[in-house]
Design a protein around this ligand. Structure first.
Ligand SMILES: [Zn+2]
Length: 418
């Protein structure tokens, strides 16, 4: 039985998400990168909403907006909720904001009921998770965990603005980012609510699911180097066509990956040089993204794909450049927190379903600081990173109910154990 405030809160959440979706860098569609003018606007709105929920609000130096629902005990540790406010290009509106506005509405209810918690409840709206502007990942959450690297500050966006300049323009002090890090001893755990971005919950006919682990990921940039030449004069046998090699590789990626259950691999970007219709492609650079929740299996497939690429290059007289640009291991969710989420789902009247996450989340970075849990919310057709991303108000109600119960269970736990 859902409490009456929840239905109302779910409608408020949907309308706030619609409002945030209008704050975009592009007139048609939602694109909101870190430190952009619309991001500033989002922060202004969120600050007001956080104040209304009885929270203390501040922005840290990297640009995360943080609200604290304070415990009466100033020495209390903090439990963290969070997700991101930045988007991909032409994004959906729920990926990220759902995990900020959901917990916020639960906190608003706690505030209006005058509930006191044995811990500070901190809600962090991360400034940059998608990495659209500086081609990074987890800038905001890495600053919270103390893993923000100084060299990130020299990264440059498409307009030649460095990250350090963007941060300063947004009101932060790049030199002070390290001071904002949380200490593990001060933090009780982290929970992130997020749309599933996959079709599993819909297929199971369930509104929410509890995440078991977040897939590990390897991103590789590779270049097939051949020889450009005239499309009319170089005989087929004499060509060193880089695109033909790349094409063979792309299909090999699909074939290898299909043989491994739960493995996914994607070539999403392909750049042909010189990229002219009457010139044989001289070089092709492509991206490869490989994910699995088992680190060993992911490594094995990456090695097999490297060998396959080498073989293609040998037979086609091409040169291969293979660079691992990003790698992070699979991140298991913390059992104790996941069990509390499981209980909250049961008590809300739903069958708890456990599922892995194929997508990366701020929780991956936060796991370096503290225990993590994630609640997935069903989304229509599993679509995300697309304007068609869709979540129902009924499912949002269930998610709010679960988060409210989860906070209650956490509070009971710490009232009796500390
Ligand atoms: Zn996201």
């Amino acid at each position: 039985m859902i409490a009456t405030w929840i239905d109302q809160a779910a409608h408020v959440l949907m309308s706030r998400i619609d409002t945030l979706a209008t704050l975009s860098e592009e007139p048609d569609g939602l694109t909101r990168s870190a430190y952009s003018p619309p991001m500033r606007h989002v922060h202004d709105l969120l600050t007001a909403w956080m104040h209304y929920a009885g929270m203390h609000v501040w922005r840290d130096n990297v640009g995360n907006l943080i609200g604290r629902y304070p415990s009466r005990n100033p020495q209390a540790r903090a439990f963290l909720f969070g997700s991101h406010l930045d988007t991909v290009r032409n994004a959906g509106k729920y990926d990220g904001p759902l995990g900020v506005l959901g917990p916020l509405l639960c906190i608003e209810q706690l505030h209006h009921q005058g509930v006191e918690l044995p811990f500070h409840l901190d809600l962090i709206a991360f400034i940059d998770e998608e990495g659209l502007r500086f081609h990074t990942a987890y800038l905001g959450s890495q600053a919270v965990t103390g893993h923000f690297k100084r060299e990130y500050l020299n990264l440059v966006d498409d307009d030649g603005i460095t990250l350090a300049e963007a941060i300063r323009e947004f009101g932060g002090d790049p030199a002070a980012i390290a001071l904002d890090r949380r200490e593990p001893a001060d933090v009780l755990g982290y929970c992130e609510v997020h749309i599933e971005q996959g079709p599993v919950l819909e297929a199971k006919n369930l509104p929410v699911g509890v995440v078991t682990s977040i897939a590990g990921q390897t991103r590789i940039a590779l270049t097939f180097g051949g020889m450009a030449g005239h499309a009319g004069t170089v005989p087929m046998q004499m060509r060193r066509d880089a695109l033909c090699g790349a094409a063979e590789f792309v299909l090999a990626v699909e074939a290898y990956t299909r043989q491994s259950p739960d493995m996914v691999a994607t070539v999403g970007k392909l750049q042909t040089e010189p990229g002219v219709s009457n010139v044989i492609p001289g070089s092709v650079t492509l991206s490869l993204d490989v994910r699995h929740h088992d680190n060993d299996q992911r490594q094995v497939v990456c090695q097999l794909l490297l060998e396959r690429a080498q073989h293609i290059c040998t037979t086609r007289r091409l040169k291969l450049d293979w660079t691992v640009v990003h790698q992070n291991p699979a991140t298991p969710c913390t059992l104790a927190l996941s069990h509390l989420l499981e209980r909250a789902v049961s008590e809300a009247g739903y069958r708890p379903h456990f599922l892995p996450s194929g997508a990366g989340h701020d929780a991956v970075a936060m796991a370096q600081l503290t225990g993590i849990a994630m609640l997935f919310v069903r989304c229509k057709d599993g679509i995300s990173h697309h304007p068609d991303e869709s979540v129902t108000v009924e499912d949002v109600s269930v998610a709010l109910d679960v988060v409210d119960r989860f906070i209650g269970l956490l509070a009971n736990h710490y009232r009796t154990h500390e």
